[in-house]
Design a protein around this ligand. Structure first.
Ligand SMILES: NC(=O)c1ccc[n+]([C@@H]2O[C@H](COP(=O)([O-])OP(=O)(O)OC[C@H]3O[C@@H](n4cnc5c(N)ncnc54)[C@H](O)[C@@H]3O)[C@@H](O)[C@H]2O)c1
Length: 257
């Protein structure tokens, strides 16, 4: 049991399935009071019923008020987990403006809007915990998915900014950066996902386990695939070599299409 979580009011966005549902189940098992959000009301209600939580369906961008009402008080932990992914541009393919706009909205702005709504209360109380489900794509990149790669870098940058700006005022921030996780999103990733994510894919429960280890150790970066730390270091230390390596994988992917 993680003391910081017992009886805490926890919100998980995009928790109708996949990683969010695993986070919601784990928080509930640790004794938290959980608000289950999803755009899909039926899925949110099913997970809430299973864990004894409360469903607050709707867009992850604007649920803090309703979540407070459902909890009968403060939100102690906010998991900005809802995300969207598109395979949206290859060589010579047209720019998918809708994919870019939705990716910014869900993968970045929903986090910014939630933090905006949560921070006044958290700063007054001197505590609050913001968990951002980013992706290894936020530290590295994802083949064939520029809007996903760019907005996940944005989500990571925002989580870092929150942590460095409010850490001394009691706000804890965690950024979860997995590679492949066996969810509907991974299943929809197509041939790029099959090549680079499926071989090392893990279950959503392993992501929740990694988060709880990170909370216990008070760590910002949560890496359910530990090897991502090495790739991240290689990208920073030798960017041209890292890019050449990624280009090699891109060519391998193109050969399979
Ligand atoms: N599956 C992976 O391989 C993987 C890897 C790294 C990071 N992630 C990230 O994990 C998070 C969860 O993804 P998942 O794999 O569980 O996907 P998923 O598709 O199984 O679940 C995402 C859920 O979010 C909901 N959702 C989408 N937009 C929403 C919105 N605006 N408001 C509320 N709910 C919304 C969907 O209805 C869905 O139930 C995402 O941020 C994703 O980018 C996934």
């Amino acid at each position: 049991m993680v003391e910081a979580v017992q009886d805490a009011g926890v919100v998980v966005t995009g928790a109708g399935g996949g990683i969010g549902a695993a986070l919601a189940r784990r928080f509930a098992a640790e004794g938290a009071r959980v608000v289950v959000n999803d755009l899909d009301a039926g899925k949110a209600e099913a997970v809430a019923a299973e864990i004894g939580g409360t469903a607050v369906p709707g867009d992850a961008s604007a649920i803090v008020g309703d979540a407070r009402e459902a909890l009968g008080g403060a939100v102690d932990v906010f998991c900005a987990n809802a995300g969207v992914a598109f395979e949206d541009a290859g060589a010579g393919e047209p720019l998918d403006e809708k994919a870019w706009a939705l990716s910014w909205d869900v993968n970045v702005m929903a986090h910014v809007r939630a933090a905006q709504a949560l921070l006044p209360d958290w700063l007054e109380r001197g505590r609050g915990r913001f968990v951002s489900t980013v992706s290894a794509a936020g530290l590295l990149t994802m083949l064939g998915a520029p809007s996903y790669s760019v907005t996940k870098h944005g989500a990571l940058a925002f989580a870092e900014w929150l942590s460095l700006t409010y850490g001394h005022r009691g706000v804890r921030v965690h950024a979860i950066c997995p590679q492949g996780v066996r969810t509907d999103m991974l299943a929809a990733t197509g041939s790029a996902g099959d090549l680079v994510l499926q071989p090392t894919a893990i279950e959503p429960e392993a992501v929740a386990e990694a988060l709880f280890r990170g909370i216990a150790e008070d760590r910002f970066l949560i890496l359910p695939h530990p090897e991502v730390a090495e790739y991240y270091q290689a990208r920073a230390a030798t960017p041209d070599r890292w890019l050449a390596g990624m280009n090699h994988i891109q060519q391998k992917w193109e050969a399979t299409r």
